[in-house]
Design a binder for this molecule. Structure first.
Ligand code: GAR
Length: 218
């Protein structure tokens, strides 16, 4: 069996996507091992949850590097290298990363965003999806590039938008699909099935063109 890719998850908050990745990686045939969870926020709830699963945790507090993004990222990079990390998964990591860090992890760092990119980059995606009147919304996992919420798309999951949705109800439906697609994306990347060619990812994925979602359907 090929060695599992040593993966770090970077978080800033509760870490529900982190938990989805940890759960998937409990399977011994999953191609990634979650070797480390790092937060930029010492109080992040996800750190406790990771520790409960026996996963090593670390904090690199960005507030200790005022006005020095690269200093923060160098410290983060050191922690990753000290732990032999090969892949990085951002899971609700709410810091913008500079080209220094992004280039250091090119094609080895992935992110989950709660929208069907390239629509609704940035914050408040569910509010903006409702304001925009879209009928399908969802989540995207992509390789990280230097632009915010940008980079080759690995997988997307779509959900219907209901007439009476609030940002909270829609957000909960999207979060559910995030937890399904993020482990699949990590599996594709860690197993080497996801290839980036000309900013597009091929992964030998869906061949079923009948997998469609129409909303409203009735
Ligand atoms: C998730 O919805 C994730 O997609 C989003 O933050 C949330 C973190 O929740 N990320 C972004 O908005 C990044 N642009 P979690 O801590 O429970 O995984």
């Amino acid at each position: 069996m090929t060695p599992r890719k040593k993966t770090a998850i970077l978080i800033s908050g509760r870490g529900s996507n982190m938990m989805a990745l940890i759960s998937a990686a409990l399977e011994t045939d999953f191609p990634a091992e979650i070797a480390l969870v790092v937060s930029n926020v010492p109080e992040a709830k996800g750190l406790e949850r990771a520790a409960e699963f026996g996963i090593k945790t670390a904090t690199v507090d960005h507030r200790k590097y005022p006005g020095d993004r690269e200093g923060f990222e160098k410290a983060l990079n050191s922690v990753l290298h000290e732990n032999g990390i090969e892949l990085v998964a951002l899971a609700g990591f709410m810091r913008l990363l500079t080209p220094y860090f992004v280039n250091a992890w090119a094609n080895r760092m992935i992110n989950i965003h709660p929208a069907l990119l390239p629509a609704f980059k940035g914050l408040s995606t569910h509010e903006r999806a409702l304001e925009g009147g879209v009928k399908l919304h969802g989540a995207t996992v992509h390789f990280v590039s230097a632009e915010m919420d940008d980079g080759p798309i690995i997988i997307q999951g779509a959900v219907p938008v209901l007439d009476d949705d609030t940002p909270e109800t829609l957000g909960a439906r999207v979060l559910d699909i995030e937890h399904k697609i993020y482990p699949k994306a990590l599996e594709l990347v860690a197993s080497g099935k996801a290839h980036v060619v000309d900013m597009r990812v091929t992964s030998g994925g869906t061949k079923r063109s009948e997998d469609i979602l129409i909303c409203p359907a009735d």
